[in-house]
Design a binder for this molecule. Structure first.
Ligand code: AMP
Ligand code: MG
Length: 410
């Protein structure tokens, strides 16, 4: 039995996050709002104005004063106000104003009555005062955003919805983090790039580099792709050195375990400050983390499911933390409707599927075989079933922790 103590998953993740927090990634650029979808705000965004910027009507209708609420008689229409047109400066007492959606509501208006709720008789209206509430159908200044308030903190991911809010403020440029540069390569004599013919019966496709690349791109990183590197100490060592000069982070797959061709480990021992961890997680026990020159280094295990899970569970939080985002996970407890195979000792990230049962209650099912080479276990999955290290086999009906996938995985 190995004497190296296993690090718990949370210890490993915390060490990674501490490293990220000690680095002040400050490379920013100003870009057009139009190009900022899914980029990360590098500064708090302070509103230059109120939204709405003036009191305005939410409906096509009639503006009335409080004093006229008591009058059940006909209220004459004094004038009309349109969006973007003249304001009314002299609104006679004991009258109402015809007002359109988006038009300025005078300060002394009590409410806007929607036109469907009045009876119009010639140039006057009748309405039921009982149905009128103060401020009804008036959109007040600053109700949505106050001038000088923080709209978004640094680290906010700029989705289309959030950019829409910024567009209402008239902002056309925004300061975002420059993409973090990540150098990636796969190691292994058995690997062939996708799209090429497999040269021999013992060759396999390099799916890991593809997966890691997709995940990092979705996280807004710039990829420097070093391809496939043969299991050769000098080649791996030289590639690591070159990658560390060009990138902020180097991510590799394979070669960090205990096999005779696990040269990544040997190369790193010569050129970097790297910790080799055995993490009490499944899949993904072997993992290397540290620094080569000024670049951070993450060495992922070679098995495709292990690469996927460690990239998602450990590299992704590292990148989010460098961008000052938190890697909040959407986690809850559900009943499993599958039996789950589990040995005591490691935190399992099994792939599952949250769905409604026949009573409309949310439950989770396993996606089947969970081996670290079975990537199809992700195909139907929409969540991880996170099984605590100390638990053993789980019987259907037991409660389990479910962590929904970040939508970029789906
Ligand atoms: P290793 O961590 O290098 O010992 O690899 C563990 C397992 O993952 C072996 O079966 C490898 O063939 C496989 N593997 C390693 N790298 C990749 C890759 N880039 N894509 C797909 N499978 C891989
Ligand atoms: Mg290998």
């Amino acid at each position: 039995m190995s004497s190296t103590p296993l690090l718990s998953f949370s210890e490993a993740k915390n060490l990674i996050l501490q490293t990220a927090q000690s680095i002040n990634y400050q490379q920013t650029e100003s870009i057009k709002l139009f190009d900022a979808v899914n980029r990360i705000a590098a500064k708090p965004i302070i509103s230059p104005m109120n939204i709405p910027s003036f009191d305005n009507s939410a409906m096509d209708g009639y503006a009335i004063r409080e004093a006229d609420l008591q009058n059940s008689h006909l209220l004459p229409i004094a004038d009309s106000v349109f969006a973007g047109q003249k304001q009314i400066n002299n609104w006679p007492k004991n009258s109402c104003l015809r007002i359109m959606t988006g038009a300025v509501v005078p300060k002394d208006a009590y409410a806007v009555i929607m036109q469907e709720n009045v009876q119009k008789i010639d140039q006057a209206i009748r309405f039921d005062p009982e149905k009128i509430k103060a401020g009804q159908n008036i959109r007040y200044i600053g109700e949505s955003v106050c001038a000088g308030s923080e709209v978004f903190p640094a680290g906010e991911k700029l989705t289309i919805a959030k950019l829409t809010t910024l567009a209402t403020l008239g902002l056309s440029e925004i300061t975002v983090y420059k993409p973090i540069k990540v150098a990636i390569f796969s190691t292994g004599d058995e690997l062939t790039p996708i799209g090429e013919k497999l040269p021999s019966v013992n060759s396999i496709y390099d799916s890991n580099r593809f997966t890691v690349q997709l995940m990092l791109k979705a996280l807004g990183c710039e990829i420097i792709d070093f391809g496939i590197i043969k299991d050769d100490l000098d080649l791996i060592s030289n590639t690591l050195k070159q990658a560390s000069k060009e990138a902020d982070i180097v991510v590799t797959s394979g070669g960090v375990s205990v096999g005779d061709a696990d040269y990544t480990k040997m190369a790193l021992a010569q050129i970097g400050e790297i910790d080799f961890w055995k993490i009490a997680m499944k899949p993904g026990k072997p993992f290397a983390f540290g620094k080569i020159n000024n670049a951070l280094f993450c060495g992922l295990p070679g098995n495709p499911v292990s690469t996927f899970v460690t990239c998602y569970q450990l590299v992704r939080p590292l990148i989010l933390a460098l961008y000052k985002q938190n890697s909040h996970t959407n986690t809850f407890i559900l009943k499993t409707v599958s039996n789950l195979k589990k040995s005591v000792g490691r935190l399992d990230f099994q792939r599952g599927y949250v769905h409604a049962n026949e009573n409309g209650e949310l439950v989770v099912s396993s996606t089947g075989e969970q081996g670290s080479h079975i990537t199809s276990s992700f195909n139907q999955a929409n969540c991880f079933i996170v099984l605590e290290a100390e638990r053993g086999n789980i019987t259907q009906g037991e409660l389990v922790t479910v962590e929904m996938f970040d939508s970029f995985l789906l």
